[in-house]
Write a protein that binds this ligand. Structure first.
Ligand code: ADP
Ligand code: MG
Length: 558
């Protein structure tokens, strides 16, 4: 009938599926975590919808996740009675990948020869629903969107096409049935129709899920016969609501994976609670690597807002500033309306106060991190944190103390501004820096010569944002931040100044001549005190843009 359509996966989805079918992962168990995580999200959404829209005809009385294993048919089904999907949503959400960075990720994977690195990469990206094709050679999904009457049946072998069919009857929510591959197909494949296996995987990965995950299991009865019994496999405790000493490291890590969609461990965990007039709990994480969309214009922030255990929204920009967009986690605020909108949140005084506290806490955590962790952190997120120097004037001091910069002092070791100041030579009053595309270009630049000759340390700044923050901040610890490429740098002693003046007299005619000859190209020709080996160099005025900034603006079409 025309209600059944066979459609092609979007090109990028197809490639990602290929990777999953011929899986590069050794740990295939994680497909179950992905399904449970999706089911849990769908239940969160349904609960919120039912609370906010009283007219929505849904049953929110017994929201849960159900796992059903059929040994004979070799199928495993994960079912939820959550929000469900419309036919268009199925096509849009399951048939395509909306994540930014997909194309780039796939290109990297195609060119790579290192399987372990590939696992890492794709894990960071988060494979979600497609992980089912690691363990199944056919997947069927039946779903009905809350409030709609008909349902949608989707099926695929993961090989390029899928079918979608509109069906008259479907229970509320979504069920995903995996037609499992034979167990001997692969060493890493467990028997996912085995109760104990399923129970262990759920415990390991999904214990904190806030909805009951149920399974009907065989149990020995009193008289030796087996009886069927429905059990809840998870403890369901919202981690953030427990006190720190009730939560162990492994639980934090699993929770992180759930909220961050990341398969790597977090670098730091921040668990805090605010009491008094405005109560809240926050469980935040600093990831160990940057996501692919860190600099994408529509890149998302990673903090979810809950109100008394009810999920309200992802990507809550009111709680965390843009320059900390890599922070992942949950904030559960007790005294907010479930209907709260993003706009209202932005204006809410108490939410602003929470945000200030979260920022302070994150910056404090960064300050106290071990040198090794911090090095990893800075490599991954340094360029983003420096955006804070433009965005968040209240925390300039704290942010400046977090900055690490390459320097001529020790090529192998980035320095803090504090350490730079402590190394400043007698008579040095300013902090010198050079900006450019990369270290090699900067080090070969003639601008550095005089500083090198004098033994002055120069910071080597290569991130595009560096140009902007040094201008904005202007000084550290009362010492001006001075570009080596701008204006006249005063490096001379009195004696040298006299000598220079004498030289200027001596060469006055030459300078006038050169100035005349180059009048269309430069503003002024003067004798330089910067150069030791190069015969000449072009410098900017103190108020000109540095060459890198000029290039940046040109690239932006200005
Ligand atoms: P992610 O969860 O990271 O968005 P997935 O591949 O796991 O990626 O899922 C893609 C999308 O499909 C989800 O964002 C969700 O909108 C939809 N989806 C998946 N499973 C379900 C489900 N059980 N109920 C409702 N929607 C679902
Ligand atoms: Mg998912």
């Amino acid at each position: 009938s025309d209600r059944v359509e066979t459609l092609e996966f979007q090109a990028e989805a197809r490639q990602l599926l290929q990777l999953m079918v011929h899986s590069i992962y050794s740990n295939k168990d994680v497909f179950l975590r992905e399904l449970i995580s999706n089911a849990s999200d769908a239940l969160d959404k349904l609960r919120l919808a039912s609370l906010v829209d009283k007219d929505l005809s849904v049953d929110a009385s017994d929201l849960h996740i159900e796992i059903e294993a059929d040994r004979d048919a070799r199928t495993l089904t994960v079912r939820d009675n959550g929000i469900g999907m419309s036919r268009d949503e199925v096509v849009g959400l399951i048939g395509t990948i909306a994540k930014s960075g997909t194309a780039e990720l796939l290109r990297t994977l195609r060119e790579s020869k290192d399987a372990a690195a590939d696992q890492d990469l794709i894990g960071q990206f988060g494979v979600g629903f497609y992980a089912t094709f690691m363990v199944a050679d056919r997947v069927t999904l039946l779903t009905r969107r809350a409030g709609q009457t008909g349902g949608t049946r989707w099926e695929s072998t993961g090989e390029g096409t899928y079918s979608v069919e509109t069906v008259d009857e479907a229970p509320q929510g979504t069920s995903v049935t995996l037609h499992l591959k034979p167990v001997d197909a692969d060493d890493n494949l467990h028997d996912y129709t085995d109760e104990r296996t399923v129970r262990e995987i759920v415990k390991r990965y999904s214990d904190f899920i806030a909805w009951p995950i149920r399974m009907t299991v065989d149990k020995p009865g009193d008289d030796g016969a087996t009886v069927r019994e429905e059990q809840t496999l998870n403890s369901m405790k919202a981690l953030w609501a427990r006190s720190r000493d009730e939560v162990d490291e492994a639980e934090y890590k699993e929770f992180y994976r759930h909220v961050a969609h990341d398969w790597a461990d977090p670098l730091e965990t921040i668990h805090m609670r605010g009491e008094g007039t405005f109560e809240y709990e926050a469980l935040l994480f600093l990831p160990s690597h940057a996501p692919l969309d860190l600099f994408a214009p529509q890149g998302r922030r990673g903090v979810q807002l809950y109100v008394k255990r009810v999920f309200i929204m992802d990507d809550c920009e009111a709680l965390i500033p843009n320059y900390l967009r890599f922070v992942k986690g949950v904030v559960d605020a007790h005294d907010l309306s479930l209907n709260i909108s993003r706009e209202i949140l932005q204006q809410d005084r108490q939410i602003r106060a929470v945000r200030r506290r979260l920022v302070k806490k994150v910056l404090g955590t960064l300050k106290d991190m071990s040198a090794e962790s911090y090095r990893t952190f800075w490599t991954e997120f340094g360029p983003v944190v420096k955006e804070g120097l433009l965005e968040d004037p209240d925390n300039t001091e704290a942010l400046l103390d977090l900055v690490r910069a390459a320097s001529t002092h020790d090529p192998a070791e980035p320095t803090t501004l504090r350490a730079y100041v402590e190394r400043m030579k007698d008579g040095q009053t300013e902090i010198y820096y050079a900006t450019g595309e990369n270290r090699a270009t900067i080090e070969n630049s003639p601008h550095l010569e005089a500083f090198r000759a004098k033994g002055y340390e120069v910071l080597i700044l290569t991130d595009p944002v560096d140009e902007v923050w040094v201008e904005r901040v202007g000084a550290y610890d009362g010492k001006t931040l001075r570009s080596v490429a701008k204006g006249q740098v005063d490096l001379e002693t009195e004696e040298e100044k006299e000598k220079a003046e004498a030289e200027r007299q001596e060469y006055a005619d030459l300078l006038t001549f050169l100035g005349g000859a180059l009048t269309d190209s430069v503003k002024e020709v003067r004798l330089s005190t910067r150069l030791t080996t190069s015969p000449a160099c072009v410098v900017g005025d103190a108020h000109d843009m540095t060459p890198t900034l000029e290039k940046m603006y040109r690239a932006m079409g200005q």
